[in-house]
Design a protein around this ligand. Sequence first.
Ligand code: COA
Length: 688
Amino acid sequence: MGGVTCLEGKVDAKHLQSLVPGAGLYGEARVRGCGSGVHAVGTAAHAAHDGIPHLFDYLKRSGTRQARREALPKVPVPPLKQTLDMYLKCVQHLVGQEQFKKTKAIVEKFGAPGGVGEALQKKLLERRDKTSNWVYDYWLEDMYLNNRLALPVNSNPVMVFPKQAFRDRDDALRFAAHLITGVLEYKALIDAQALPVDYARGQLAGTPLCMQQYRRLFSSYRQPGLKRDTLKVQTSHSSSSEPQHVIVACKNQLYVLDVVANKKNLNELDILSQLEKIAKMAENMEERLPPFGLLTSDGRTEWAQARDALAKDQTNRESLALIESCVCVVCLDEPGGLEPTDTQRALLMLHGGGHEKNGANRWYDKPMQIVVGMDGVCGVVCEHSAFEGIVMVQCSEYLLKYVTRSPSQLGRSSSVTDLSPPRRLLWRCSPHIQALLAASTERLQRLVSNLDMDVHKFTAYGKEFIKKQKMSPDAYIQVALQLAFYRCNRKLVSTYESASIRRFQDGRVDNIRSATPEALAFVRSVTEERAALTDPEKMKSLRDAINAQTNYTIAAITGMAIDNHLLGLRSVAKELSLENPEIFSDETFLASNQFILSTSQVPTTVEMFCCYGPVVPNGYGACYNPQADHIVFCVSSFRQSSDTSSAVLVGALEESLLEIRDLCGRSQACEKTAGGSQGGGQPQKAGK
Ligand code: COA
């Protein structure tokens, strides 16, 4: 990973217009500590056509700060004892007593002075000194590259845009052309290292975050491997190796759309005219080739085998190389024929509706697939190994704002006349590959029938209400999720919540294990123990649960969580060819890594939402987007599991959020009464 310099700065709106005549302004003023300026991302993008040099000179002169990735601290290695103690605390209430006793003995042996744990910890500390991020490679392999499951549903998160009201196909193509122009401008900002540095919000707000993930948005590719995938990142900064084409998928055919001609990006009018040609070419039934994109929807080993078979042929190799080196894939989808509810649109983004709809009109390995449905169902499908959901949101928001708020350039631009037409990617298909395609089709279909998705907008309140209770909205929602799960299953299970560690060099995420003992005490206090406890007792229990969750969050975002550390210790042992330490083959450890609840906060500032599938067959994916006065929940599960039902969990979640609100309300009323009568109020029992 090369050194990256990020420019950050602000520019006065009027001054920008004098620098870049005619530049309209759009985007939000999201400037820290500055009311009237506009953030560089909004302005530089508008200046992108020919204003960038001026703007950059200005930003530099006006004291623009250069934040170097190397200036960020390295992810720490937590003390061994701290992690082991925390691990025991995390699992004690989730396993039986006998099992816990066994686990405790194993953990103590591992952590004993002079034991294996100490030796591995020493190696990790050495690794920390030698690398920019000791956990990055271990984590990437464990989380993504070693995973053999198919990318759609199991791994790729999606952003679902509001349904677009296209008048007709031409209108949809204009939208796509506008989006592609937005992609090129955003990419220009990334390439020029001109994106403003992100700063942490919420807990421990204000520290700069690592921007490295942005570089992979349009320059990487996840190549399938027989045992392990590879995340290929174009590292060269020379313009000759920069991707200069977009792959357009239309009616399951793939086309190369060159976006640079005469060293200049195509303008929107040219892009539109190329898209129109593609749409026309795709109508030609005689030229139609099998839907090769389907192969990428398969299990990773199956796709790797198919790719090997494909790559035996020179034509196929050339087509693969063009896809792997493109800026992004733009999928022009056929109408899905479904009522475009939030849930249906989410499903169409996650798996395209299978081969009968748009499931083959994809190339799932590519980090950024931008979907423009002719029926207005639009969004972004991401390959996750390259970056986190938050980066996907930033980019998606930029693109949606770009198309909805910046004027189309169609009327203003003149066309390059000698543009060669887009090229259809050619493939040679043997009977063997035909059979592989048929198998991939069937497996995608199974995934489609299996996914049970429920997108739910909780409208009774949002994060402002929670803040008024002086509680962390994220912690509150996590506790509500625990309560909902408990209501459905009468137990808590290993839970994953992603916590960003972008405060550190090349930081990705660690895990907040939200099923804390305090959460268990709380959920019991409002279920089995409901009648026996007073409201103040329940309220104390709620506060304890929220505090425990908040404290875990702070530990995680400061690099002190346990999952990355345990993974590091395990990986070092493997690297040293040591026998797998017992702590990592223990039943408790294995169960504690089966995340039946896989959760993530993905907030947006533009109307859109993120969703993803469960990570285990009997689990839930639960992604939430807290807004000021409502919260969007996207709950997913698999129909094959008799243990789960997305609608049932959503129902329990609604009930839990209302119950917690009522508890807070009653407690406040009680406190007021107590305050009014000098503390003489009687604690109230539930149900009264
Ligand atoms: N009283 C009042 N307000 C409070 C509060 C309290 N006790 N605690 C927090 N708040 C406020 C915060 O100041 C913040 O205000 P803002 O909306 O004005 O910024 C807001 O509530 C949200 O804070 P909080 O709910 O505590 O959460 P957070 O924003 O710190 O988020 C994580 C917590 C774990 C989600 C976040 O740190 C993180 O890691 N996000 C990335 C997750 C990720 O990677 N997702 C994608 C995975 S693919």
